[in-house]
Design a protein around this ligand. Sequence first.
Ligand code: SF4
Length: 321
Amino acid sequence: MSRTIGIPATLTYYSYFPFWQTFFTRLGYKVIASPLSSKQIVDWGVKETVNDACIPIKLFHGHVVALRDKVDYLFIPRMVSVDGKATFCPKFLGLPDMIRASIAGLPRLIDERIELKNGARGLLKTCYKIGSNLKETPAKILRAYWAACKAHWQYQKLLIQGVLPGEILHQQEIVAVHDRRSAVNLAVLGYPYEVHDPFISVNLLQHLAAMNVKVWTVEMVPTHVLAKFRHCLPKNLFWHYSNRVVWACYYYLRQPIDGIIHVSAFGCGPDAMVDKLIELEAKKHNMPFMTLTIDEHTGEAGAVTRLEAFIDMVMFRRENR
Ligand code: SF4
């Protein structure tokens, strides 16, 4: 009988799904990702979450509801740190507890703590713990681990080449964002679960593609290149994804781009700081900048109007330089 593991298609899904999908598949499980975010999933999430949660956390609850009755296990790791330095936002740290407290009738949770102080060795140890709890043999876990690492490296390679997560994970076609002859080059910065989720980002990447904009994202910059910008601030932020966004801002300000869009979630604590830092840095470089703040009420038409106005302004500046 096939055993199933559900992975909610949001939050760290955009960074690590190929790794965990391969790992569990190699252990003999059928991996089921929740469907693409939708109004129905947001509504489920809003109903189950505490009021003051940010939209990505509400959405995560909705994805759990979408999987709840379809799988034997749910994979909701407690994400603490992947580099032994910065931690994930506190909401990631408490995610398994939040889900247990809010949603009834859950299948068994795999909620291993992921805190990698020793790089690859730490990850192998974590995989051993997960595999052993599932009663798998060390040899099988080791083989699954290596296959998962390979899948992750391949995924990273494609992202750095400029393929978007949605094109790999959801087989979406977003053609114009790759066209280097596009009229405008914009850095679109934000957490991967905001920028690459078509529903939550009100189809931002598709709209930019339709406006002939070449998009540059955080994921297109290799981690070792981003890390070079860790000294631009006297002190780094505490949070993993926030640091990546700020470092990507420093990186793109040194590239021939025409403007920066920061995608930010309403009610996000870390973004209160990240958004201001990017705004000030963009101002220093005389770089056009706009923040697109999203929540469950954000209307697509309003967002498109703002994008069009921003791109008109960027084009005007370019033509009058
Ligand atoms: S970083 Fe912000 S948007 Fe992401 S989970 Fe934390 S509070 Fe929510």
